[in-house]
Design a protein around this ligand. Structure first.
Ligand code: HEM
Length: 488
């Protein structure tokens, strides 16, 4: 048979399959751009560096619920605006709480296990177990607060060693944040220069820069086998992270003493003795570890990178934060959680950073396991559903001058926090961020302690750095920038 004949047969088979699949779709699907055969709408945003913005254009044309097709068959539903997102994730949360299982790269990596991509009863139990452990991390020799304060101090010493010279500090912030997770999970921090640590961070970087609900390899699996494909890079990064996690678990098992619980891994090993084996087992433990490193490092570090950028570009805001610290804490001791009540402006500045930077602009994909009626449409089962959090965080109908950095919007006239139901950087509902409290604690302690010691300045002779958001994977990153970290 010639190549041409083979190709012809492949095309005919694909057309038959396509017609079959299409004929079985529900009739009342949400509107959206017309897909082209085989690739669907993939080419509309292929290579985009601002995916969340490309999606916003569909909202203008089709409304708050939009259907795309990725690859030959995968339905992707985009949901925009607070009303629709709230309806799906809170009012209809029991239908919308699932993670997709049909995305090729995701499935190869997660096998629908762990917290971030697991489903069902085991996921719920695992999530509860992990939340409890993170909430009251009274194990090991140090409290979580002390760990973060210590790391902030090591980070500050490192920044001081730059002698006020212009530097790109993104990588060092990432290492400091990753060390908090390392401390929780493995009981001790890693040296900033440790080669294992650097590889771990490089892997997280790779994953966050390219993984997304609309990765072509998720819907056209053969792409993952091309040399240098993004899908292959993600799979390699996860394999490497998993090998490291398994090695550390083995070391813990060998030195485990139930009377001396050192960290999360020990807690898990102890739970193996009495908890449901389906939930607490080595496979789940290593998946949770990888999930926590992934979900907890790039997100929080990126927020710090944005905070410093906004502070540098808005010296009046930086000045107010520092005055608040000087008046309420002074310089004789570290900023601690008990200062939070009095450092309201700093808290508002952190919230404004999370809002404006829209750290995870498209959330993490969800799905429904059965055809579901929503806002007058049918959401077909197993569609990938993307909740456009940025459309809420920068909605001009909610926030006055939404593209301006203005922490005061989170404060009452008396300088107290204003509760804002539209502030949803951690998403809402049953799958909302499990590390929200840890992240807010880290941001407060890292920023408070850094601002106590330093002022962040634009390097002499440089233009004000851009605040454009770059979104190629899960997070929104700023363009790389240089900063002078000047001791106060
Ligand atoms: C500023 C920092 C952070 C931001 C903006 C953020 C944001 C988010 C968002 C938007 C989701 C998706 C929620 C959904 O699907 O509806 C999520 C999920 C998740 N986050 Fe975070 N996150 C941050 C930090 C952390 C930290 C520090 C950890 C853990 C140590 C963490 C662990 C997780 C986990 C495990 C999930 C999956 C939850 C599930 O599927 O049940 N995150 N996060």
């Amino acid at each position: 048979m010639t190549v041409f004949e083979l190709l012809l047969i492949a095309v005919v088979l694909l057309v038959i399959m396509y017609t079959f699949v299409m004929s079985r779709l529900p009739k009342n699907l949400p509107p959206g751009p017309t897909p082209i055969p085989v690739v669907g709408n993939l080419l509309d945003f292929h290579g985009s560096r601002q995916m969340y913005k490309d999606f916003l254009k569909y909202r203008e044309k089709y409304g708050n619920v939009v259907r795309l097709v990725l690859g030959p068959f995968q339905n992707v539903i985009l949901v925009f605006g607070h009303k629709a997102i709230h309806k799906a994730l809170i009012e209809q949360g029991k239908y919308f709480k699932f993670r997709p299982t049909k995305l090729y790269v995701n499935e190869k990596v997660f096998h629908s296990k762990g917290i971030a991509f697991g489903n069902g009863e085991i996921h719920q139990k695992l999530r509860r177990f992990t939340l409890l452990t993170l909430k009251d991390f009274g194990v090991g020799k140090k409290s979580l607060e002390e760990r973060i304060q210590d790391e902030a101090c090591i980070l500050a010493d490192e920044l001081e060693s730059y002698g006020g010279q212009p530097r790109d500090i993104r990588k060092i912030l990432q290492r400091a944040v990753a060390n908090i997770i390392a401390g929780i999970i493995y009981g001790s921090r890693l040296d900033y220069g440790d080669p294992d640590f650097l590889r771990l961070i490089q892997n997280i970087d790779t994953i966050f820069a390219i993984q997304s609900g609309n990765l072509p390899e998720n819907v056209l699996p053969f792409l993952a086998y091309l040399p240098n494909s993004k899908g292959r890079k993600i799979l390699n990064a996860y394999d490497d992270m998993s090998r490291y996690a398994k090695r550390r678990i083995k070391e813990h098992r060998e030195t485990f003493d139930p009377n001396n619980i050192r960290d999360f891994v020990d807690l898990y090993l102890k739970a193996e003795e009495h908890e449901d084996e389906e939930v607490v087992n080595e496979e789940n433990m290593f998946r949770v570890i990888v999930d926590l490193f992934n979900a907890g490092t790039d997100t929080t570090a990126t927020t710090l990178v944005w905070s410093i950028l906004y502070l540098m570009n808005n010296p009046d805001v930086q000045d107010k934060c520092q005055k608040e610290i000087t008046e309420n804490v002074g310089s004789g001791r570290a900023v601690s959680l008990k200062d939070k009540e009095r450092l309201q402006y700093l808290d508002a500045t952190i919230k404004e950073t999370l809002r404006l930077a829209s750290i995870v602009p498209l959330g993490v994909p969800h799905t429904v396991q059965e055809d579901t009626q929503f806002e007058g449409y049918t959401i077909h089962k197993e569609s990938t559903i993307i909740f456009h959090l940025n459309s809420v965080l920068t909605d001009p109908n909610i926030w006055e001058m939404p593209e301006e950095f203005h922490p005061e919007r989170f404060l009452t006239e008396e300088g107290k926090q204003k509760e804002k139901e539209f502030f949803i950087p951690f998403s809402i509902g049953p799958r909302s961020c499990l590390g929200k409290h840890l992240a807010m604690m880290e941001l407060f302690l890292f920023l408070g302690n850094l601002l106590q010691r330093f002022t962040f300045k634009i390097p002499p002779g440089c233009l004000t750095p851009s605040v454009e958001r770059v979104n190629t994977g899960i997070t929104c990153q700023p363009h790389p920038y240089l900063v002078c970290v000047v001791p106060n």
